[in-house]
Write a protein that binds this ligand. Structure first.
Ligand code: GLN
Length: 377
C-alpha cells in the first residue's frame, strides 16, 4: 500500500547524508552553520525554569500571537486578530501541509509553480488533490499569467505562491499580485502563500506579503517560519495567518495533527520578538553573505543567477560540464567536498537546466573553504 507511490526520500536528506558521508562542506540543505542568539536561548531556558512546561493553548500562547500581530501591523500595515487569525505551528512545512489538508480533497486541483519546494506536490497528493504544475520561465523564474489562466478548470481550488522563492531566490512583483488577485476573485480560488523567507530580501526590495493586500488576504493562508528568521531551524517553530473563517477550519485539522506547539519556545520567542531589531537586521546580515559568496565564486567557472531573496544562490555549471545536475552534484560532493542541491529535484518531471542551489547561510570561513574547493573544478 502506498498513498505516495512515486515519492522517494527528500533531496535534503539525501544530500545532507552524502555530505556527512564524504565529510563535504554542506551547502545543500538550507540551514545556518552558526548558532542562534544566546539571548533567545536564555529566554527559552528561563521560560522552562519558570515552569512553562505543559501544553500550550491549541492555537498558541496569546503573548506570542499578540507580538506577531504587532509585527504584521508594523511591517505590512494590516490588522490581524491574534485571537482568531494566527495559529502557531511546529515549523513552516507543517503550516503548509495543514493549510492544504484543511481545504484540499479528492479531485481538487492546486496550481503550483515549478521549480517548487519539494513538499508541495506530495502534500496535495496525500490529500487526494491534483497538482497542476506551471513552469516558471527560465532563467528569470517569472510567472506567465496567461499560462496560469489557461490551466484554470472548474476543479481548481487553490494557487500556491512562494516569495522569496525556494529554490530560485526570485521574488514576486506587484504586477504578479495584481494578476493573482484578478484570477482569484474571478474564479473564487484560495491562495496559499509560503513566506518563510520574508526577512531575507535584498537590494532594498520590500517583501510583498499577501498580508499587505486585504482583498487577497480574504481568501489566503500565509505561512511563516521562525527557524529561517532566528537561525534555529531545529526548533521547528512557525505560524500561519488566515482570516477567521479559514482559520477556524485550519484549527479543526491542527488540533488533531499536533494539538499544540512547544510551550517554553513560544514564551522565549514572544519575549525575543519584542525587539524588532532582531528581525529588521536580517536583510543586511544575509545580503552581506550573499555578496561575499558571489565575490568568492567569481574565480570559479560557475555562473550565478540573480538571488533576490532567501538564503540560496543558484549557479549554472554549463561552462564546466554537461552532466545531469544530480550526477554533477553527487560527483562534486564526493570528489571536491562541497554539497549542493540539484535544481531538477524541484521539478516533477526532473527538468534539468544544469543549475545547482547553494545555501549561503554559513560562516565566512565556511564560504571561503567551499569557494576554494569549487575553484578547483
Ligand atoms: N527548507 C530547507 C531547504 O530548502 C530545508 C527543509 C528540509 O530539510 N526539509 O533546504
Amino acid at each position: 500500500m502506498s498513498k505516495l507511490p512515486n515519492v522517494g526520500t527528500t533531496i535534503f536528506s539525501i544530500m545532507s547524508a552524502l555530505a556527512a558521508q564524504h565529510k563535504a562542506i554542506n551547502l545543500s540543505q538550507g540551514f545556518p552553520d552558526f548558532d542562534c542568539d544566546d539571548l533567545l536561548k536564555k529566554l527559552v531556558t528561563e521560560a522552562m525554569e519558570d515552569g512553562y512546561n505543559q501544553y500550550a493553548p491549541m492555537p498558541g500562547i496569546m503573548p506570542l500571537r499578540e507580538v506577531i500581530a504587532q509585527k504584521i501591523e508594523n511591517l505590512y500595515g494590516q490588522q490581524v486578530n491574534p485571537d482568531t487569525e494566527i495559529t502557531i505551528t511546529p515549523g513552516g512545512t507543517y503550516a503548509i501541509f495543514t493549510a492544504i489538508a484543511t481545504c484540499i480533497g479528492p479531485g481538487d486541483e492546486v496550481i503550483i509553480f515549478e521549480p517548487a519546494y519539494d513538499s508541495y506536490i506530495p502534500n496535495v497528493r496525500v490529500n487526494g488533490g491534483v497538482p497542476v504544475m506551471i513552469p516558471l520561465s527560465y532563467p528569470d523564474y517569472s510567472i506567465d499569467w496567461n499560462l496560469v489562466r489557461s490551466k484554470i478548470t472548474p476543479r481548481t481550488k487553490m494557487i500556491m505562491i512562494n516569495t522569496p522563492h525556494n529554490p530560485t531566490a526570485s521574488i514576486i512583483s506587484r504586477e504578479d499580485l495584481e494578476e493573482l488577485q484578478k484570477i482569484v476573485t474571478e474564479h473564487k480560488l484560495l491562495v496559499l502563500s509560503d513566506e518563510v523567507y520574508e526577512h531575507l530580501i535584498y537590494d532594498g526590495e520590500a517583501h510583498l506579503s499577501i498580508l499587505r493586500y486585504p482583498e487577497l488576504l480574504r481568501n489566503s493562508f500565509v505561512t511563516f517560519s521562525f527557524g529561517k528568521v532566528f537561525h534555529n531551524t531545529g526548533w521547528k517553530m512557525g505560524y500561519c495567518v488566515a482570516p477567521a473563517h479559514l482559520m477556524a477550519e485550519y484549527r479543526k485539522v491542527h488540533q488533531y495533527l499536533c494539538f499544540s506547539v512547544n510551550t517554553p519556545m513560544q514564551y522565549g520567542l514572544s519575549r525575543y520578538l519584542q525587539t524588532p531589531e532582531h528581525y529588521l537586521s536580517l536583510p543586511g546580515f544575509y545580503q552581506q553573505k550573499r555578496d561575499y559568496f558571489l565575490e568568492l565564486m567569481k574565480d570559479t567557472r560557475f555562473t550565478p543567477l540573480h538571488s533576490k531573496g532567501s538564503y540560496f544562490q543558484l549557479m549554472r555549471y554549463d561552462r564546466i560540464s554537461n552532466e545531469g545536475d544530480k550526477d554533477f552534484a553527487t560527483r562534486i560532493t564526493k570528489e571536491f567536498g562541497v554539497a549542493s542541491i540539484p535544481v531538477s529535484a524541484f521539478y516533477e518531471n526532473g527538468k534539468d537546466d544544469h543549475v545547482l542551489r547553494f545555501c549561503f547561510a554559513k560562516k565566512k570561513e565556511t564560504l571561503e573553504q567551499a569557494a576554494e574547493r569549487l575553484r578547483k573544478i
